[in-house]
Design a protein around this ligand. Structure first.
Ligand SMILES: NC(=O)c1ccc[n+]([C@@H]2O[C@H](COP(=O)([O-])OP(=O)(O)OC[C@H]3O[C@@H](n4cnc5c(N)ncnc54)[C@H](O)[C@@H]3O)[C@@H](O)[C@H]2O)c1
Ligand SMILES: [Fe+2]
Length: 381
């Protein structure tokens, strides 16, 4: 069967790559630029550095610094209103997935009518969007190169995704120095999101040889470098590798999609505002245990790729990855669900909502039941 593999990316990678920003803005003949970020990116001194480069291009600058984690439809509409009023012609998104996703969503509304919620799903955006330059400051979501936006619908209390090739950032400035200020907990959570992308896309029922190649390589890079980046945030080799890994793994999961881990994580974040990476990491080992039966060969391939001791006994080997992920999440200080404020009484409602997640369609194990999800959530408490 034929399969499509879409990649569209123009990445300037490395230290001081932000110096390219004025030239990029000139190339787009930008006049009114909106720079989008959040409070953490400002506190880290990154926004200031980016704004100094934008100034050099001699353009009018509008700042939107009201991004929140797991951004909502409301914040998208608020920023889009300002962008229309200021007649913005180029966007610069600086930050983690929340800042980059929000900017991609605002950009949709520059050429397509609101509300933003109508673009949920695959290929729903009608008109091409404006130029967008993405400057990632976390190493986790790959939003800088993906065709994906994840938003929170506060009315339906769920997270939903917009997947469309039209919304990919035109240029990426990937400077690993910008990730150095992430504290260990954010490094761990965002890095575990990256590991989840690599693993879930590798076993996804949409995976193809082209996506598998990127997912596997991404996992190898993350597995080797995430513990180093968490232990020593100034380890620039590890920071650089994490950022590179996100670009590589992003090419995989934006084509192969994800699975049950993300279905659970989106539900947890929608109801309890858990950080996306933390939500994924908490349940990842248990979902892999659950999935192992449906794709034993791939589980063994993943285990082998990161050097786990594959014995030849398939029944044991297919669970090696899940075991290792359990150990890794402990070492990296990933919190349990109860440590993140979830109570036993919440699990029933959560399990019911997880079943509504469209991403479950790509999970290797199909026919997921409420009892299955409850069992996973209990293990993660
Ligand atoms: N578009 C995609 O392909 C895609 C993929 C996965 C996840 N997502 C979405 O991305 C969002 C999560 O993004 P994220 O995990 O990057 O986190 P984030 O953008 O929410 O940032 C997390 C926290 O870290 C801070 N921070 C960011 N960079 C920093 C730095 N360099 N130094 C200090 N603090 C810093 C932020 O201010 C924030 O408080 C979620 O909404 C998730 O659903 C999108
Ligand atoms: Fe994710």
């Amino acid at each position: 069967m034929a399969s499509e593999f879409f990649v569209s990316s123009n990445v300037v990678f490395g230290r001081d790559s932000v110096k390219e920003l004025p030239n990029m803005l000139k190339e787009y003949e930008a006049k009114n630029v909106m720079v989008v970020y959040d409070a953490g990116v400002k506190m880290a001194g990154i926004a200031e550095k980016v704004l100094a480069e934008v100034e050099k291009a001699g353009v009018k600058v509008t700042v939107f610094d009201g991004v929140i984690p797991n951004p909502t439809n409301e914040v998208v509409e608020e920023a889009a209103k300002i962008a229309h009023e200021e007649e913005i012609d180029v966007f610069v998104a600086v930050g983690g997935g929340s800042s980059i996703d929000l900017t991609k969503a605002v950009n949709i509304l520059m050429t397509n009518p609101g509300p933003i919620g109508q673009y949920g799903g695959i290929g729903m955006v009608k008109k091409p969007v404006l130029p967008l330059i993405a400057i990632p400051t976390t190493a986790g979501t790959s939003s800088e190169i993906t065709n994906v936006v994840a938003l929170t619908d506060t009315e339906a209390v769920c997270k939903y995704v917009i997947i469309d090739n039209k919304i990919v950032a035109n240029k990426v400035i990937a400077d690993p120095e910008f990730t150095k200020t992430m504290p260990p907990s954010v490094t761990a959570a965002t890095g575990m999101d990256a590991i989840t992308h690599a693993v879930e896309s590798y076993i996804s029922n949409m995976a193809t040889p082209l996506t598998e190649y990127h997912s596997l390589k991404g996992l190898q890079i993350f597995y080797k470098n995430l513990p180093k980046a968490v232990a020593d945030g100034s380890d620039m080799e590890a920071r650089e590798q994490m950022m590179l890994g996100c670009i590589i793994a992003g090419f995989g999961f934006s084509n192969a999609n994800l699975g049950l881990v993300h279905g659970i994580a989106h539900t947890l974040s929608a109801h309890f505002h858990l950080a996306h990476g933390m939500a994924n990491a908490t349940v990842l080992p248990y979902v892999m245990e659950y999935n192992a039966d449906s794709c034993p060969q791939k589980m063994i391939e993943l285990a082998r790729a990161i050097g786990l001791p594959v014995s030849g006994n398939a029944d044991e080997d297919k669970l090696l990855l899940a075991k290792e992920l359990r150990k890794l999440t402990k070492e990296l200080g990933i919190k349990t669900l109860s440590e993140q404020g979830i109570e036993e009484k919440d699990l029933d409602m959560l399990a019911e909502d997880v079943l509504k997640e469209p991403v479950l369609n790509f999970n290797p194990k199909q026919g997921v039941t409420k009892e299955d999800v409850l069992a996973i959530l209990h293990k993660a408490m």
